[in-house]
Design a protein around this ligand. Structure first.
Ligand code: UGA
Ligand code: MN
Length: 492
């Protein structure tokens, strides 16, 4: 419309000009020429100005047209030339794209059908400390994929603004997202930094049979970045450096404190690279709440179950706590690990992360002091003249190795050399029995960590036992958030 008005104006102007020229009596050629020159200048100026105004208005008009939401999603990781060109040509559209992209995405989100399943390929680079790389293909239900789109929308908006500031509008975004913990892993592969991989075969909390082998994997992912390269998936990632892997075997069992203990320990382990956390529950089946907690923490893990045999459960005397769990962990390592170090980390103890870095390099067995919350204060190897010369502990009980579970670690290679090594179901003698079963082992072969056992880096702590929470009164608190929270409570 505007264009026609302009052309019309121009035509009238030109007509006036030519009419003027035709009717002028040639009294003064030079003044005519000057007048003609002036007129041409004026009309040219008007023409250019009109064209510019037209272009700006036209581009503004175009930029008001909403982009197809498909385009927005597709282009978030594509450097399409037309896409770039449109931004070069239309500065106004850059401005409005910021609004339109997010608007049309959110519209898209609103309209997405719940039953639709989207295949998304995810990869995780846990940037903190260069943790192990996790790659997996995950099926997300639409709610999850929607949140991915939402994340993408935000990113586009941000990146676009940045691009605008730079006036070079190359807008490419590679988008992954924070995976909701309920995502169902269809295929996954965890690659440790030493190049070893392990493939969980199933998802914790999704095994209706409650078999004793229910591996799963962690998935907490946020990688929203802008990049010039075009890609939706990355090739297999080879780690750059490879400290020996750590296998942390943690027995756990159902009780009110369970999720709190696992959360605390998990976030300690999150500071440690190249670590696989074997969480093994004394139960017949996995607990989705535990799986949920582990997912959220984001440390690479396997969640297995290994119930205490009935004969020990039934006894009125002391029970061998965590033994079937730990033996299950040993079986797992015999089947899946070839190097690195294993450590039994009870879920209620306290660990300084520097002990993990020290234990990685153990050749056979390493030991160190454990702080106790008892009168004895500590359980420790005794070092005299630089050599292991007995043990300090509140209770020796005829043990060859009177040490605490938190005070030693064993190399996986050494475990392979002792195929029969295992923990006995003998309360009080679990550590001793296991270490004996690793024999022959000379004292000189036991490495003394934590500054030659002059430091305390692990503590045998205990959380007060608590009665189970009473049920929430839903007559009073129905239709409130408590309906959700109630489902998160672990009761025996
Ligand atoms: C101490 C030792 O540190 C344990 O390694 C040892 O198994 C235990 O004594 C024992 O001799 O019975 P303590 O703190 O007294 O540990 O025991 P807990 O912390 O209650 O249990 C040790 C581990 O086993 C924990 O990780 C716990 O979650 C797990 N556990 C406990 C089970 O798997 N099932 C149970 O019924 C109880
Ligand atoms: Mn304990």
């Amino acid at each position: 419309m505007c264009m026609y008005v302009c052309i019309y104006k121009l035509a009238i102007n030109m007509k006036t000009l030519y009419t003027g020229i035709g009717h002028s009596n040639s009294s003064s050629n030079s003044s005519n020429k000057m007048a003609l020159g002036k007129s041409i200048k004026m009309y040219l100026t008007i023409f250019i100005a009109t064209t510019c105004i037209y272009m700006v208005l036209y581009q503004y008009h175009m930029s008001r047209q909403p982009l197809a939401s498909n385009d927005v999603v597709k282009h978030q990781d594509k450097t399409s030339s037309s896409y770039i060109a449109s931004y070069w040509w239309a500065p106004m559209s850059l401005l409005s794209a910021v609004n339109n992209n997010s608007n049309s995405n959110s519209n898209n989100i609103m309209n997405s059908t719940i039953n639709k399943t989207t295949e998304t390929t995810l990869e995780q680079i846990q940037k903190d400390n260069g943790r192990s790389i996790i790659m997996q293909t995950v099926s997300l239900d639409s709610r999850q994929s929607t949140s991915a789109t939402a994340a993408a929308a935000t990113t586009i908006a941000t990146t676009t603004t940045a691009a605008l500031a730079k006036a070079a509008a190359v807008v490419t975004t590679t988008t992954t997202k924070t995976l909701a913990t309920t995502a169902t892993a269809t295929q996954s592969q965890i690659k440790l930094r030493n190049g070893q991989t392990y493939r969980p075969t199933n998802k914790a909390g999704h095994n209706p049979m409650g078999q004793s082998t229910i591996p799963s994997t962690t998935t907490t992912t946020t990688t929203i970045s802008s990049s010039r390269t075009t890609r939706t998936t990355r090739p297999k990632f080879l780690a750059i450096s490879d400290p020996p892997p750590l296998y942390i075997i943690t027995p756990t069992y159902r009780r009110p404190e369970q999720l709190a203990e696992l959360t605390r320990l998990g976030y300690t382990l999150k500071h440690v690279v190249n670590l696989l956390w074997l969480v093994i529950e004394d139960a017949n089946k996995t607990n989705p709440l535990v799986a949920h907690t582990l997912d959220r923490i984001g440390v690479p893990y396997e969640y297995l179950v290994a119930p205490m045999p009935e004969e020990y459960k039934a006894t009125k005397r002391a029970k061998p706590r965590g033994v079937s769990n730990r033996n299950r962990g040993l079986d797992y390592l015999r089947a899946n690990a070839s190097e690195g170090v294993l450590y039994f980390a009870d879920d209620d103890n306290t660990y300084d992360i520097s002990i993990f870095e020290q234990m990685r390099y153990i050749q056979k067995v390493g030991m160190w002091p454990v702080g106790l919350v008892t009168k004895t204060g500590v359980s420790s190897p005794i070092i005299r003249n630089g050599k292991l010369d007995g043990y300090y502990d509140g209770w020796i009980g005829g043990r060859k190795y009177p040490v605490d579970m938190a005070g030693f670690a064993v190399s996986v290679k050494f475990l392979h050399e002792r195929p029969h090594a295992k923990m006995p179901f003998k309360p009080g003698y679990e550590e001793d029995g296991f270490l004996r079963s690793l024999g022959p082992l000379a004292n000189a072969e036991i490495e003394l960590l934590a500054d030659q056992c002059r430091d305390i880096l692990t503590w045998h702590t205990q959380t007060k036992k608590n009665p189970p929470a009473s049920p929430v009164n839903f007559t009073r608190y129905g239709q409130t958030n408590l309906e959700f929270i109630e489902k998160l409570l672990v009761r025996p």
